[in-house]
Design a protein around this ligand. Structure first.
Ligand code: 2F8
Ligand code: CA
Length: 334
């Protein structure tokens, strides 16, 4: 039985960080069905012994007391005693076994509990393994997706140099487009200006070096002519250079046109009606020789009388003549 105890006491191990014992180190309390079994066996042994004593007493009572020297009787009694002793031994053995069974019954129950605990732990471990397997499958799927994405990234990376070259080309083209657009803008402005000039020319205006000039077809007094020019956002023309003078007298073609030079006003000095400063010295070359003579003391306005550099004459302001309006050319907004 000690060997059994040794085996029982060594049945301890660890599962899932839990100390598992298939057999308790201390026997359980002596309760349960094994205790009842032991008690039954003891009672039966006592009954057998009592039966043997009764049989022996009955034999003595039935006949004359045999003599101690009777060999059969003595042999029989000896057999009975021997049998009783054997029986007693067996009863003892049964009692011992019963004790062992009683002692070990608690261990069996504890082992059952431990086995159930181990099974529960195994179920827990099994469920954890299943979850881990699911996690591993999910991780594998994600890894496959990442691998696929990484391959796409590699392909895109391989395209970067070509894309950079394309970008450089596009940048160069864009710069050219900007230049062309700027050029087109300038061309557009020039076309607009030309269109404006053409429109004004169609109305009788002539362009010369930043100014436009209107040569009238109707005759007016000097003052009425100035009023007409003002109504066209201009003034009777001033003359500030030889080239301008040349342009004007060639355009007059021998006809007489009022210009914007007058003495009328508070000072009674020659001045330009458009407020351009009058340079008397520089302008002296444009007068017809002998002019201005202020004939009859009534000539306070000037005109272009001849088609030549020296073409100016002073005349009475109230006579009606053709006239020339002038205004700076300002391109209109697009
Ligand atoms: O001979 C010059 C003289 O000629 C004309 O008068 C006759 C002019 N008169 C008019 O044009 C109205 C003068 O201004 C001019 O000086
Ligand atoms: Ca004159």
């Amino acid at each position: 039985m000690k060997a059994v105890e040794s085996e029982v006491h060594d049945a301890h191990f660890t599962v899932d960080k839990q100390n598992i014992s298939l057999w308790p180190r201390e026997p359980p309390p002596k309760t349960g069905p094994y205790l009842v079994l032991g008690r039954c066996l003891t009672v039966r042994a006592a009954v057998v012994l009592l039966t043997l004593v009764l049989v022996s007493s009955a034999l003595n009572a039935l006949g004359p007391s045999p003599r101690p020297a009777d060999p059969w009787f003595m042999g029989t009694m000896s057999d009975v005693k021997t049998s009783a002793q054997l029986l007693q031994g067996r009863v003892d053995n049964i009692s011992t076994l019963s004790s062992e069974i009683k002692r070990n019954s608690g261990g069996v129950e504890a082992a059952g509990v431990q086995v159930r605990m181990v099974n529960a732990s195994l179920d827990h471990v099994r469920s954890q393994i299943q979850r881990l397997e699911i996690s591993v499958k999910e991780a594998d799927a994600r890894l496959q997706k990442l691998t696929s994405s990484w391959e796409e990234v590699d392909k895109l990376n391989a395209q970067i140099p070509e894309l950079k070259r394309d970008l450089d080309k596009a940048s160069a083209l864009n710069a050219k487009v900007w230049d062309l657009q700027s050029g087109l803008g300038n061309i557009s402005k020039m076309l607009k200006q030309q269109n404006d000039i053409l429109q004004m020319m169609s109305q009788g205006w002539k362009y010369f070096r930043g100014n436009v000039y209107y040569f009238s077809v109707m005759k007016k007094t000097w003052y009425s002519a100035q009023q007409f020019c003002v109504s066209r956002e201009s003034h009777l023309t001033s003359v500030t250079s030889e080239s301008e003078q040349e342009f004007l007298y060639k355009m007059t073609d021998g006809l007489i046109y009022w210009i914007g030079l007058t003495k009328a006003g508070s000072e009674w000095d020659w001045h330009w009606v458009d407020d351009t400063p009058f340079d008397k010295l520089q302008s002296a070359r444009f007068w017809i020789p002998g002019e201005p003579n202020n004939s009859e003391n009534n000539e306070h306005c000037a005109n272009i009388k001849r088609s030549s550099l020296r073409s100016w004459n002073d005349a009475p302001c109230d006579i009606e003549l053709l006239f020339i309006c002038k205004r700076p050319y300002v391109p209109s907004e697009p």
